[in-house]
Design a protein around this ligand. Structure first.
Ligand SMILES: Cc1cc2nc3c(=O)[nH]c(=O)nc-3n(C[C@H](O)[C@H](O)[C@H](O)COP(=O)(O)OP(=O)(O)OC[C@H]3O[C@@H](n4cnc5c(N)ncnc54)[C@H](O)[C@@H]3O)c2cc1C
Length: 500
């Protein structure tokens, strides 16, 4: 690849004003400051995708770096608290488990909690792993407050459910205050340098020309710059993740809002329920090979717990990723960079980590091949790690009610995932791959929840006598349960924030 190192980057153009566009513009402006000018182009005629309501805890760091006040954010985006995701009917029909953002028990340096727990189970303990997880206990009790404790055992990591449209609006206001220029208009043509193919300018429908040195493609699934213009190519993963459509419809709010997302598996896909302050987000992710759009529509509408507001909206997608997320002077962020279905609410996080990566590798003095290669390498690893975690849910299960689940259970899976599963099956060993977004506690909960039983536990767990082991577990359970009686309900917490 050619170096383009004479061209100092002074002007960044962000194409798209969805969640990706405004997150990119706001964080880059906040962190890089006056060293670059940022102009964001968006078209109200096209609009944004309008879904993407569930997040994971790192979003809090994003907001903190911007200096956003949590209470104001919750009010403005009609947010609720998310402590994890409940997976219903995933292992088998009628069974459920929570993937909480917390961690069960307390792990020692050389022996994770679940080894002690496994030994206790073999001695007859009837508890579940989640009886030792504060996030799970609060989720089930419908309680929440920020706990200020230095003891990691009492951490209560949280994320949010929010209205995606309101979040983009919130960030737009914030970005414009920092000095980001917003231009409304439809991009109809892209001008490229004849020798290098680098993008030089966007031409709008009204004829105006927006020039730039670096272009961030946040144009959503259209991928106007990275694919339409630069023909970067796409790596398709739909043989592992076979769902290719989603239907989404909001419904009226419930009297009581749950502090977690619900993911309910059906015979050829799964349904989400996301509680917001003013409504519920609902959707069905499904395989078009097994469900017609009409069947999916009926299934979704018959499984709402409150009255639908408006018509259901259809989305078509191919799970996979752009072969190069940074190509020439274009970086794809958001849906233009690829699509992983929203089972673990990772897309908004992928936006966040892509911006952070870009800021670290920002080509102030011009684009150099080594930075591009590093960016693309890190992006690939990140996508693959999340892909594997999502496949785990589909592959490890005991459902026999449809071809969909049988295929997924019997298919070949990526070697990286096969190894992780085998290691855990053999002796309960779990390691976090470098930079993996999901910690050991996430892999543990999903592996156990989906039905993997390790054959053995680490012998360090035998260093305690039976009485010492049970005493340790009883004490831990008491510590984890202790805050519950003092915490307000999740609704009280939200109401208090909104009142103030
Ligand atoms: C069914 C579904 C459910 C999802 N649920 C979740 C979830 O729970 N959690 C999560 O993290 N993520 C979720 N996602 C992903 C999430 O919605 C996206 O990651 C997020 O909204 C970012 O979208 P975006 O900004 O890349 O694209 P978009 O919102 O589509 O924005 C594209 C922007 O580009 C502009 N544009 C396009 N073409 C042009 C043009 N020619 N000229 C000018 N402007 C143009 C548009 O006007 C728009 O402003 C979900 C996705 C789907 C499909």
């Amino acid at each position: 690849m050619e170096n383009h190192d004479n061209q100092t980057i002074k002007k960044v153009v962000v194409l798209g004003g969805g969640t990706a566009g405004w997150m990119t513009a706001s964080l880059m402006k906040k962190v890089i400051g006056t060293a670059v000018d940022i102009e964001l182009v968006e078209s109200e005629t096209i609009g944004t995708i309008g879904v993407g309501e569930a997040t994971i805890p790192p979003i809090r760091t994003f907001n903190q770096v911007l200096g956003i006040n949590e209470a104001e954010f919750i009010r403005e985006t009609k947010a609720t608290i998310k402590l994890g995701i409940e997976f219903e009917n995933w292992k088998s029909i009628g069974e459920s488990y929570l993937h909480s953002f917390g961690a069960p028990g307390r792990s020692s340096a050389f022996c994770q909690f679940h080894h002690y727990f496994k030994r206790a189970q073999q001695l007859g303990l009837k508890d579940s792993l989640w009886d030792y997880d504060l996030n799970a206990l609060c989720a089930k009790a419908g309680k929440f407050a920020v706990i200020n404790s230095k003891d990691p055992v009492l951490e209560l990591p949280h994320a949010y459910h929010f209205d995606a449209g309101l979040y983009a609006k919130f960030l737009r206001k914030f970005s414009e205050k920092l000095g980001v220029k917003r231009t409304e208009g439809l991009v109809e043509q892209v001008q490229q340098n004849k020798q290098t193919g680098y993008v030089e300018a966007l031409v709008l429908k009204d004829g105006s020309v927006i020039k730039g040195d670096l272009f961030i493609d946040c144009s959503g699934m259209r991928a106007l710059l990275i694919e339409d213009t630069l023909k970067t190519g796409y790596e398709n993963w739909s043989h592992w993740l076979t769902c290719d459509r989603a239907l989404a419809v909001p419904s009226e709010r419930f009297d009581k809002t749950l502090p977690y997302t619900r993911s309910i598996a059906h015979s050829a896909g799964w349904q989400w329920r996301i509680p917001l302050q003013h409504r519920n987000g609902n959707g069905l992710v499904y395989s078009s090979e097994h469900f017609s759009d009409e069947q999916a529509h009926d299934l979704l509408l018959n499984n709402l717990e409150s009255k639908a507001i408006g018509d259901a909206k259809l989305f078509k997608f191919n799970v996979g990723r752009r072969k190069q997320q940074w190509h020439k002077n274009v970086i794809a962020i958001g849906l233009s960079s690829g699509f992983l279905e929203p089972l673990e609410s990772t897309s908004i996080h992928l936006i966040q980590s892509a911006i952070v990566r870009l800021i670290h590798l920002f080509p102030h003095q011009g684009i150099v091949a080594s930075s591009v290669a590093e960016y693309n390498k890190q992006s690939l690893v990140e996508y693959e790690q999340i892909r594997d975690f999502i496949i785990l849910h589909y592959h490890v299960q005991q459902r026999t009610d449809s071809d969909f689940w049988q295929y997924l259970r019997n298919m070949d899976i990526p070697e990286t995932l096969q190894h992780k599963i085998q290691l855990f099956k053999d002796n309960g060993k779990l390691f976090r791959d470098q930079n993996d977004l999901f910690l050991e506690s996430s892999w543990l909960q999903v592996m156990i929840g989906q039905g993997i039983e390790p054959q053995d536990y680490h012998p360090i767990a035998n260093n305690l006598s039976e009485a010492q082991l049970m005493d340790m577990l009883n004490r831990l359970k008491a510590i984890k349960n202790e805050p519950l009686s003092k915490l307000p309900s999740h609704d009280e917490f939200i109401m208090k924030i909104c009142r103030n």
